[in-house]
Each structure stands twice: as structure tokens, then as C-alpha cells.
Ligand binder design. Structure first.
Ligand SMILES: Cc1ncc(COP(=O)(O)O)c(C=O)c1O
Length: 367
């Protein structure tokens, strides 16, 4: 059997495969980007979700300006794919990474970095000083997520002062990602807490400006908070990622006007018990960190993983569901970022035809 090709019907694909419904994806991107047309806020989508230069290019064609990546290795893949204007949103630490970073910056000087520690900033500076390169940096500020980031206010100002003495670093802005608020179900609560977090970030930016620093970029926001961030005075850039495809978790947060454009196809392998079917999609096909996947079209079916390679669909006897060995169905992941990283390619289809096959080029690029 030859490999699936563009133009083939979807039925030619073996399972599990990762499918993209192009109409739904195009609608999601158009709807999302339309909200920011005419706004001075720049949309710099996070490619940690899509992990593909092809999709990054598609987003840039739709109005995005530059991309974010989480890791240096993702930046390498995107830069290789022709996307230069990148912000790496995670701190880069350690000799091995600094060597790789220097090579990346030599070829792609537009790549921007974040720092949250004076010692790490000095190490970055030392690696660059040997090369005459300058790195454009943003200070990563902890606005409540309690992950990376220096605290707002005086600690951020102290780090800015330290970086001013490092000749190979050029400070241009602040990043303050409120990841802990993205999926708060209560929209009012999400907005109130997001505004408080943004207040910390914008106030810190002002303190740095008052001290003489040119803070041109203030970047933040994900799919759950992008609109709040874009309307908040002082925010210059948003960095959402999941809106492209959505997932079952985000769809409940952002509402039904967005579709779940990405699914995992699967086949019924076995019907060993009443009201249960065993399918070929388990933990190696669908991530579970945000709960279990949901069948796309049969809401009464429940999915649970049954090991690495298997999953179980179950239903109530009263539902009268008939599933036979060999039947196929699609599942909506609960978290696309961690699911996409399990697959080699996207099969993008319009109706029943495969229209494009995109490699997940940065799959497994976690360094
Ligand atoms: C720093 C940063 N910015 C933006 C995002 C994008 O968030 P989302 O995929 O929820 O839109 C993430 C996601 O984890 C992130 O870590």
C-alpha cells in the first residue's frame, strides 16, 4: 500500500491519524484575527501549539506578526522554515543551549529571548560577547502564574539595571504570561483576575520607563485571555496559540463560535463486552493531562484510555448505540498541544479529500 497522498479520500488513511478540518481551522483563524484588525496590538501566535513552519506561515498570511516559540529547538525549526521574527518565551540556560543559541542568533538576529535572573543574563552575555552578537531580550515577569519570571516592580527594575550593564543584551520589553487564568470557567472572574495581573505588568513597564528604559514591547495573553489583554492599555502584543484548532477544554471556555478543527481518527478493534468498544487510540495518540478526549459526533459515547495503544468507548444500554469492529470515528483531544506532539503529520482535509499533508516539524523538539 502506498503512503496517503494529497487528493486521496480520508478513507485511505490508516488510524490513528491526526486530522485537520480545513474549513473549521480557517474559520477559527479568521474569527480570531478579525477581532484584532485595526487594533494597535500585535498578534504573535504561540507556535508551541502547532509546531510547524507551514502553519506559522499560514498565520502570518492571516495577519499575525511574528511567532512565539517555547523552546530553542522549536525556534531552530521555525527559523529553518523561514520564520525569523521569533520570541522564545522560555529562559535559555546552560552551556549547551547557549552555544546553540549563539549559532541561531548569528543566522537569525531577529530572534528575541526572555530573561528572569541576573546570573543567567550574565551567562548569556558572556556567551554572546565572544561573538560580537547582540541579543534582544525581554524581562519575564511573574504576574501570578508562579512559573518562571522575576517578581513585578522593584525586582524587575533591578534586573533591568543589571542588564543595562551587559553590553551584548538589548532590553526592549516585558513578558508576563497569566497562564493560570486561561481556563477559568467564569468569564467575569477570568477578566477581573486577568486585569489585576495585567495591572502588575503594565505598572512594572511604567516603572522601568520612568527609570529611563525603552520598554516598547509588553507581551502576554493566551487563547482564554487574548481579548482582555488586547483591550488593556499598555499591552502591545498578545501570544495565543490554541485558537487555531481549539480543543474540548478550550471550547468550553471560549464558546461555541469556535470549532474543534483537530481530531484523532480511530478504528473499533474489538467488541468484547456489551456497551463497550475497544479502539486503537490510547495514551500514545491522545494526551490526558487535561482529561479525556471526546468523540466528535456521538455525544453519548464516553472515551477513556485503556493503555498506551487502546481506548474504550462506553455507553448506556438505553442509548441503543451500535458500533461494529472496523467502524471508524474521530475524537477531539482535551489538550491539543500535548496531543499534536504525539503525531508525525497533520492530514488536512476539506470534506472528504486530503488537501495537504503537513509534517509536525518540531514534534519532540523539547530542548
Ligand atoms: C508563555 C506562553 N504564552 C502563550 C501561550 C499560549 O497559550 P494558549 O495555547 O493557551 O493560547 C502559552 C501556552 O502555554 C505560553 O506558555
Amino acid at each position: 500500500m502506498t503512503a496517503p497522498r494529497v487528493g486521496d479520500p480520508l478513507s485511505r488513511l490508516d488510524t490513528p491519524s491526526m486530522l485537520v478540518d480545513l474549513r473549521a481551522m480557517e474559520r477559527n483563524i479568521a474569527r480570531f484575527m478579525r477581532r484584532f484588525h485595526g487594533s494597535s496590538v500585535r498578534v504573535r501566535p504561540h507556535a508551541k501549539t502547532v509546531k510547524s513552519p507551514v502553519l506559522a506561515r499560514l498565520l502570518i498570511d492571516a495577519g499575525a506578526r511574528g511567532m512565539c516559540v517555547a523552546k530553542l529547538s522549536e525556534a531552530e525549526v521555525l527559523a529553518e522554515g523561514g520564520i525569523d521574527d521569533l520570541l522564545i518565551t522560555t529562559e535559555i540556560v546552560g552551556e549547551r543551549k547557549l552555544e546553540r543559541l549563539v549559532r541561531l542568533l548569528a543566522a537569525h538576529p531577529e530572534v528575541k529571548l526572555v530573561i528572569d535572573d541576573a546570573g543567567a543574563a550574565s551567562a548569556l552575555n558572556a556567551a554572546l560577547r565572544r561573538t560580537q552578537l547582540t541579543a534582544t531580550v525581554l524581562i519575564d515577569v511573574d504576574v501570578g502564574q508562579r512559573r518562571t519570571g522575576v517578581l513585578p516592580g522593584a525586582p524587575a527594575l533591578a534586573l533591568a539595571r543589571h542588564s543595562a550593564g551587559l553590553e551584548s543584551l538589548k532590553l526592549v520589553g516585558l513578558q508576563g504570561y497569566e497562564g493560570h487564568l486561561q481556563q477559568l470557567a467564569d468569564a467575569n472572574d477570568r477578566e477581573a483576575r486577568c486585569r489585576a495581573a495585567l495591572g502588575l505588568l503594565v505598572d512594572t513597564a511604567q516603572q522601568l520607563r520612568d527609570a529611563g528604559f525603552a520598554i516598547d514591547i509588553v507581551t502576554t495573553g493566551g487563547t482564554g485571555t487574548a481579548e482582555i489583554c488586547a483591550q488593556h492599555p499598555g499591552i502591545t502584543e498578545i501570544q495565543p496559540g490554541s485558537f487555531v484548532f481549539m480543543d474540548s477544554t478550550y471550547r468550553k471556555i471560549v464558546g461555541a463560535e469556535y470549532d474543534c478543527a483537530l481530531t484523532i481518527s480511530s478504528t473499533v478493534l474489538s467488541r468484547p463486552r456489551a456497551c463497550e468498544a475497544v479502539i486503537d487510540a490510547g495514551l500514545k495518540s491522545l494526551s490526558t493531562d487535561s482529561g479525556f478526549a471526546e468523540p466528535k459526533t456521538q455525544p453519548r459515547l464516553r472515551y477513556r484510555p485503556a493503555g498506551d495503544e487502546h481506548g474504550i468507548l462506553s455507553w448506556d444500554p438505553a442509548d441503543g448505540i451500535e458500533l461494529a469492529i472496523g467502524d471508524r470515528l474521530e475524537l477531539i483531544p482535551s489538550h491539543i498541544d500535548t496531543t499534536i506532539n504525539l503525531h508525525d503529520v497533520y492530514y488536512a482535509h476539506r470534506d472528504d479529500r486530503i488537501e495537504a499533508i503537513w509534517p509536525v516539524s518540531a514534534r519532540g523538539r523539547v530542548q
